[in-house]
Design a protein around this ligand. Structure first.
Ligand code: APR
Length: 313
């Protein structure tokens, strides 16, 4: 039996971090693709030379050609450009839509049975683009945002209570942006809901920091955005799929009536296994949580309408 094949499109910061994590988990062989010549080849060689030391049997290939990605099981798409000073949101959307469209066409052609995990921002809208361009069923096209947003929330709770990160489970639903919906009631420390452990005021402040988690890092780095946590988060999804672990994770998926949301990509609780999205888990939401989720989904819908209006896909 051959090893699973994971292609990572975009060998930049997030792509390289994802590749590194895939090796740590010995998840399969990894193909790194980028438009920059030499760079993915160089990173792949470096990663190959890491493996004897870490004792992992993983083969890395760096390439500028999609031929090398043929028959991938999972494809993680990170290619895109970051928002630069002076660039409007619409310019960013149009550029990344073109990149994700071009990449997805190639990926779908060479790996028609692959499961796609999008990371490129604006996340939910890019999942929409990849779904539309690939023609893949909704079970096989998803986005990484909720795992990262939940990880940020878990980190801040762990710091607040000085407890192990392993004790903390958190659920952040909705779109990847200011309108994300952290669910305090479903966030627990060793099974204890956080409202029993942290005052409402402090919870609000941790939620606020979570919402601004990406921007906080951009403000510090100045020349780029977060990459370690995003790379590892995408690989947690890939692992659940490739090892059929059936983890329940918050992922961006196409809602088709779930939670009363129609035909919109948004972060929901999803069981991930061999087939990709095995199930969207229905949980009870309060009226306020439902309203917040609908507002968040509405914002994604607006972005997708904007993309439709651009006539790119
Ligand atoms: N095909 C393949 N690779 C491409 C293409 C393309 N058409 N266009 C750009 N790339 C590559 C770039 O050459 C670069 O190496 O995508 C890579 C992006 O890497 P970085 O600039 O380091 O960005 P990174 O921090 O990895 O973020 C990637 O993930 O979290 C999101 O907002 C973030 O959208 C961004 C994405």
């Amino acid at each position: 039996m051959s090893r699973p094949k994971i292609s990572v499109i975009g060998a930049g910061n997030v792509g390289a971090s994802a590749a590194f994590r895939a090796a740590e988990l010995e998840l399969g062989d990894v193909v790194l693709v980028d438009i920059v010549e030499g760079m993915p080849q160089g990173k792949a060689l470096d990663l190959n030379q890491m493996c004897p030391v870490s004792g992992k049997d993983v083969r890395f290939t760096g390439t500028n050609s999609y031929d090398d990605t043929a028959n991938s099981d999972v494809v993680i798409i990170t290619s895109g450009i970051p928002r630069k000073p002076g660039m409007s949101r619409d310019d960013l959307i149009s550029t990344n839509t073109k990149i994700v469209k071009e990449v997805t066409e190639q990926v779908a052609k060479h790996s028609p049975n692959a499961i796609l995990i999008l990371v490129t921002n604006p996340l939910d809208a890019m999942v929409y683009v990849a779904h539309k361009v690939s023609g893949f069923p909704r079970e096989r096209v998803m986005g990484m945002a909720g795992v990262l947003d939940s990880a940020r929330f878990r980190t801040f709770i762990s710091m607040e209570l000085d407890v192990s990160v392993e004790n903390i489970h958190a659920f952040v639903l909705g779109g990847h942006g200011d309108s994300m919906v952290p669910l305090a009631r479903y966030t627990t420390v060793a099974g204890i809901p956080i409202p029993d452990l942290i005052s409402q005021d402090r919870i609000e402040s941790l939620i606020d920091r979570t919402r601004k988690g990406g921007a906080e890092i951009v403000g510090l780095l100045k020349t780029g955005s977060a990459f370690y946590a995003p790379g590892v988060s995408a690989v947690e999804m890939a692992e659940s799929i490739l090892r059929d672990k059936r983890k329940i994770l918050p992922c961006c998926v196409l809602a088709d009536g779930e939670f009363g949301i129609e035909n919109t990509f948004v972060g929901l609780p999803v069981k991930l296994g061999t087939n990709g999205v095995e199930e969207i888990i229905k949980i009870e939401l309060t009226d306020k949580e439902k309203e917040e989720l609908h507002i968040s989904a509405g914002q994604v819908k607006e972005l997708c309408d904007l993309i439709d209006g651009m006539g790119i896909v």
